[in-house]
Each structure stands twice: as structure tokens, then as C-alpha cells.
Design a protein around this ligand. Structure first.
Ligand SMILES: Nc1nc2c(ncn2[C@@H]2O[C@H](COP(=O)(O)OP(=O)(O)OP(=O)(O)O)[C@@H](O)[C@H]2O)c(=O)[nH]1
Ligand SMILES: [Mg+2]
Length: 448
């Protein structure tokens, strides 16, 4: 799912990641590539434009260009944009409106032929049953004789009663009879499966309107096939205008969808995606999580928490100060120690860096010798503050004291100081080249 889109997004982000400074041109290049990716994924053009414009506007702000790690800031903007285009972040607004047990909740399932209405009705029924509700499935698709049978079979599989009337001609009557039965059987939720047509036409809308007026449903859910791309958004818009929708379920999310439907629906219709169908079995229904989908599109685990975590540990002011120190060669052993400690706080450096797009597979665990880091920290901790502030005062006597205190050897202490001097020289060069971002700081810690 979304494989192609994810690939394109990863490529697009290469324009900005791993760079400590980025220009407006970098941002434009990245946004251009994102635009192509979205169009190829069959996202509605209007949605693409809105996405692109709002991303550019935000990304060109001071905050990104001047931030310590502009690439990461940019990715966070794109991520948050994706989330807001995909749906509501507040899970409450995506939840179904269900009434208390003493009032019957009615859910009307709508959609074109083959979109997955019948299957999804059963999936939803199973889900609500697991939540402790007493569900009745109502077969109001009277056009296709096999439709009733299909629902009956599914109901049998999941242990949910199905109301069906062989030979009935009026779906409103079927609904009314089902309601009577529901009241007699202490049912609290009715899910009504309806007829789908290949195209939206007047007779279909008339029938659905009548059914809606009779049932006054609490939820009117459009079942849309994600494989239809942006067409799903147009279909949803028409259904909403003609009947009214309370939400959307996107089916066949398990197939290789390009993503156009998921990304277009909310902007075009203003309705939120509530669930996704992820397979043919009754269990294959998942609540829709915009954050997770955005993460998948960007091809990373959870970039937001990564950025937040990093910001937590290295605050921006501190990092900028560090950069200045590097430039002026006033970076001390004290700074080194606090960097080492920051890395430790962040947990596994490798797994963290790998969450950054474009970094996958580029970090070799061997480059980061954990035991070595520990020894470095021990040596640095055995120095006095004064020594760390000015390594030049560390003569032979101090060296042997530090070696004893840290359980290392004089040679090791000497090596560390040499390494530090070399590192400082490198840092100065890097800083002069205009490279002083976080990635370089990490890199600087592991001179070879
Ligand atoms: N892979 C996959 N297949 C699905 C999903 N949802 C439905 N299907 C399949 O899509 C086909 C059509 O599903 P139905 O539930 O019969 O669709 P419908 O909207 O009721 O169709 P009509 O009653 O003809 O209008 C079936 O073969 C389902 O198994 C899904 O989320 N994933
Ligand atoms: Mg059906």
C-alpha cells in the first residue's frame, strides 16, 4: 500500500534532508517533487494545489530556514500537512455516533456497486458486537437477489442476525419490519445494507432518500473503494449533496492503492474518514489514523515524535551556541561531555537516525562503538571542570590522575585529548563551510 507514493516522497525529501542549511530553492525543489508525487498518486488537483501552496508558505518562514535542523523542520511541516489533509486528529470526531442501549442506533451504508457495502456492513456489525452491542443487519438491497444471500451468509459467519425478506419490492417496508423485529429482540443497533449501482443515478438516489427519511439514520456512511482514486472524492461529494453523509469508510486499503482517495476525500467533502477496510474477512476493518497513514506515506516510523524527542534533548539555543563555539574553536571537553550525555539520553542513535528519510541503511553500527563511548565518558567525567574547560592544562600528572579515576590508562587519556584536538580542527572547518547542523555534530563525535 502506498509503496510508490512513499518512494516518491522519500525522493522528494532528499532535497532537504541531511543538509544543515537549506535555501528557498531547496524547498521549492522538494515541494515540486512532492507535487508530482501527489499527482501521480491520483490526488485531486485542487487538493494538490492547496497542499503545495500551504506547505511552501509555511516552509519558507523564518522558523524553517533559520532552525538548527531545517530538513527535519520541513519534514515535520509536510507530515503535519499530510495529517491535516487526511483527516481529523481528534479520534472523537472520527468515532461513530452511537446512542445509548435503550434507543436504537441506525447506520445506513451507502455506495456504488462493488465498493464493499455488504462486506463492510458485516465488518462493522462484528466490530460493534465486540463492543457489546446487539446488532441486526438489514438487507435492503432488493435489486440483486444474491445480495440478500450474501449478507445472510456473512451474518451467519459472525453470529449476527440478518433481517431479509425474499421477494420484497420496497426497501422502506423492509426497514420498517426490521425495526419492529429489532424492538422485539432488544436490538440496539441496526446496520442497513443498500443497493449499489454502477453509477449514481436518479432512481438510486430517490430510493435512498426515501429510506433515509424513514429510518432517520444516526450515521450515513459512504463505503468508497480506495482503488478508484480521486473519483472516490467526487462520488462522496455527490452522495453528500443528494443524501447527506456523516462519514466515509475507505475499502480495499490492503490493495496497492495509489493514495489519491485517502488524500482527496476530506478536502473535497469535509467529511472524515472513519474506518478502512483492509481485507476481505469480517475482521478486516481498522479505525482510520491520519498520523499513521502520514507516517507510512513518508516512509518512516514516527517522525514527529523523533523530532520532538531530538528537540527535547538538544534545545535549539544550546545547539546554536555549540555551533558558534565550533566556529571559534572554543568548543571544549566540557561541551563534548554534554554531547555524549545527550546522545545517551536519546537512546539508540542508530535507530533514531534511521527514522530520518534518506538515512536508512547509511549508518553503520560499527561506526558507533558503544564501549568506546562509555570509556570516553568515564575519562571526561574524571576531569575537573577546569580541565575540561581548558585541555591545555592537562599535563602528565593530571593525565595519570584522570586515568586512575576513570579506570583507563594514561595512553588512553592522551589519545582522547589528541582525538579532541583533531575533532576541534575538523569542526572549525565544517563550521566555516556553513555546516554546523545536528547531523554534523553527531558526526563530529565519532572522529576516526
Ligand atoms: N481486499 C479487499 N477486498 C474487499 C474489501 N472490501 C470489500 N472487498 C471485496 O470487494 C468485493 C465487493 O464487495 P461487496 O461487499 O460485495 O460490495 P458491495 O458494495 O456490497 O457490492 P454491490 O452489493 O454489488 O453493490 C467482494 O469481493 C469483497 O470481498 C477490502 O477492504 N479489501
Ligand atoms: Mg452488496
Amino acid at each position: 500500500m502506498f509503496d510508490k507514493l512513499t518512494g516518491k516522497f522519500t525522493d522528494a525529501l532528499r532535497f532537504v534532508t541531511g543538509k544543515s542549511t537549506i535555501s528557498e530553492k531547496n524547498i521549492e525543489d522538494a515541494v515540486d517533487a512532492i507535487k508530482m508525487a501527489l499527482l501521480e498518486a491520483d490526488v485531486n488537483l485542487r487538493v494538490v494545489r492547496r497542499f503545495v501552496n500551504s506547505t511552501i508558505e509555511e516552509a519558507k518562514g523564518e522558523k524553517v530556514l533559520r532552525s538548527v535542523d531545517p530538513g527535519q523542520q520541513f519534514i515535520k511541516i509536510v507530515h503535519d500537512k499530510l495529517v491535516s489533509f487526511l483527516g481529523e486528529t481528534d479520534p472523537e470526531s472520527r468515532a461513530l455516533k452511537l446512542r445509548g442501549p435503550d434507543v436504537i442506533t441506525t447506520v445506513l451504508m451507502l455506495g456504488l456497486q462493488g465498493s464493499g457495502k455488504t462486506t463492510t456492513s458485516a465488518k462493522l456489525a462484528l466490530r460493534l458486537k465486540k463492543e457489546g452491542r446487539k446488532v441486526l443487519l438489514v438487507a435492503c438491497d432488493l435489486v440483486r437477489p444474491a445480495a440478500m444471500e450474501q449478507l445472510a451468509v456473512l451474518g451467519g459467519q459472525i453470529g449476527i442476525p440478518v433481517h431479509r425478506e425474499e421477494g420484497a419490492a420496497d426497501s422502506v417496508k423492509v426497514y420498517q419490519n426490521a425495526l419492529t423485529r429489532a424492538k422485539q429482540n432488544m436490538i440496539d443497533t441496526m446496520i442497513i445494507d443498500t443497493t449499489g449501482r454502477l453509477q449514481i443515478d436518479e432512481p438510486m438516489m430517490r430510493e435512498l432518500s426515501r429510506l433515509k427519511d424513514a429510518a432517520k439514520p444516526d450515521e450515513m456512511l459512504l463505503v468508497a473503494d480506495s482503488m478508484t482514486g480521486q473519483a472516490a472524492a467526487d462520488i462522496a461529494k455527490t452522495f453528500d449533496e443528494k443524501i447527506g453523509l456523516t462519514g466515509i469508510i475507505l475499502t480495499k486499503f490492503d490493495s496497492d492503492t495509489r493514495g489519491g482517495a485517502a488524500l482527496s476525500l476530506k478536502t473535497i467533502t469535509g467529511k472524515s474518514l472513519k474506518f478502512t477496510g483492509t481485507g476481505e474477512k469480517p475482521e478486516d476493518l481498522e479505525p482510520f489514523h491520519p498520523e499513521r497513514i502520514a507516517g507510512r506515506i513518508l516512509g518512516m516510523g514516527d517522525v514527529v515524535s523523533l523530532v520532538e524527542k531530538a528537540q527535547d534533548v538538544i534545545d535549539q539555543k544550546e545547539a546554536l551556541e555549540l555551533q558558534k563555539k565550533m566556529e571559534k574553536e572554543s568548543f571544549t571537553l566540557e561541551d563534548w561531555l554534554s554531547q555524549l550525555q545527550a546522545v545517551k539520553k536519546m537512546g539508540s542513535l542508530k535507530s533514531m537516525l534511521e527514522m530520518i528519510p534518506g538515512m536508512q541503511g547509511q549508518i553503520n553500527e560499527d561506526d558507533i562503538d558503544k564501549a568506546d563511548l562509555k570509556r570516553q565518558e568515564a575519562i571526561l567525567s574524571s576531569m575537573t571542570r577546569k580541565e575540561r574547560a581548558n585541555h591545555l592544562i592537562i599535563g602528565p600528572t593530571r593525565r595519570s590522575r584522570i586515568a586512575r579515576g576513570s579506570g583507563t590508562s594514561v595512553a588512553e587519556v592522551a589519545r582522547l585529548i589528541k582525538k579532541f584536538e583533531k575533532m576541534r580542527g575538523m569542526m572549525k572547518k565544517m563550521a566555516k563551510m556553513g555546516k554546523g547542523g545536528n547531523m554534523q555534530q553527531f558526526g563530529g563525535m565519532f572522529p576516526r
